[in-house]
Design a protein around this ligand. Structure first.
Ligand code: HEM
Length: 260
């Protein structure tokens, strides 16, 4: 059979996957489903690119890594921008079908956890929010035990005459990235001496800023849509989400700014 646009993209299957649960139908539930599915597709690509950037770092491929960070930070801009569309849904409209979500919540997004872990924001306790019976908790936990993008970044720096503190290569990889003052001194030196790396560092900072921006905008979306209600995932809602607000993925790239 000739390959067509539709068959290549498996469009009949894809377009079958939006199944609102409200009865009688609530108009905005379709938006709610489509937007979450689109997010999950972008999350899939973010993970795909994260795996590539790890390889680029470990093989000392500056141009490959920079190109991928450029793509990653651009995806983040789209992820943040899409929240505007969901904010066209009023609190009353969401309330009309929220009960249909039962305990389903973005809290259970195994790909979001994979992203956090892949970029070094490791918090073992949150993998418990992924329903075990769906078999995807193990996937996120595998990422928890893998070296993060940041660990591969240390490999890269080591190949670029940066004196990476040896303990960063032997640390427990299941722990979140910790700031390192000796590394910050080295990064500061690189900012002055190796301009080709500065472009890379700034692209990584763009991505990090984009991730923090997403968290902020998601909290504001939650606040304007459900206020102080508890989350469908069972957390206190906004207070839980605030714990991750302003926490950088790459703390060393932020910590040196006042010294420049
Ligand atoms: C009306 C829209 C939304 C509301 C009211 C909402 C509400 C919430 C709440 C209350 C939480 C805390 C966990 C819990 O459920 O107890 C949460 C977590 C989360 N939501 Fe949303 N959300 C909305 C839209 C979205 C969208 C569009 C995404 C995109 C994927 C998303 C992804 C997430 C993720 C990944 C978490 C976990 C965050 C973390 O652990 O730091 N949410 N959401």
């Amino acid at each position: 059979m000739t390959l067509t646009y539709s068959s290549y993209l498996h469009l009949p299957q894809l377009l079958e996957l939006q199944r609102p649960r409200s009865e009688p139908p609530e108009h905005d539930e379709m938006l709610f489903i489509v937007i979450h599915q689109v997010y999950e597709l972008w999350f899939k690509l973010v993970l795909h690119e994260a795996d590539k950037v790890k390889r680029d770092f470990s093989t000392n491929d500056l141009y490959g890594a920079s190109a991928t960070w450029k793509r990653l930070r651009t995806i983040l801009k789209t992820l943040v921008g899409q929240l505007d569309i969901l904010e066209t849904m009023t609190p009353l409209s969401f309330a009309s079908f929220r009960d249909r979500l039962d305990t389903a919540s973005g809290f259970q997004s195994f790909q979001f956890r994979e992203i956090e872990f892949a970029f070094g924001y490791k918090r073992a306790q949150v993998s418990g929010s992924i329903p075990e019976h769906e078999g995807r908790r193990a996937v996120a936990e595998r990422r928890l035990h893998e070296r993060s993008v940041m660990d591969h970044f240390y490999d890269f720096l080591g190949q670029r005459s940066v004196r990476v503190p040896p303990e960063l290569f032997t640390k427990d990889v299941t722990q979140p990235t910790q700031p390192s003052e000796p590394l910050q001194d080295e990064l500061l030196r690189v900012y002055h001496e190796q301009p080709e790396l500065v472009i890379l560092f700034e692209l990584m900072t763009d991505f990090d800023e984009g991730f923090q921006e997403w968290r902020y905008r998601h909290i504001k979306l939650v606040e304007r849509t459900i206020g102080a209600k508890r989350g469908t995932g069972g957390s206190p809602g906004i207070e839980f989400l605030k714990q991750s607000l302003w926490k950088p993925l790459f703390p060393d790239l932020w910590a040196i700014r006042h010294r420049m």
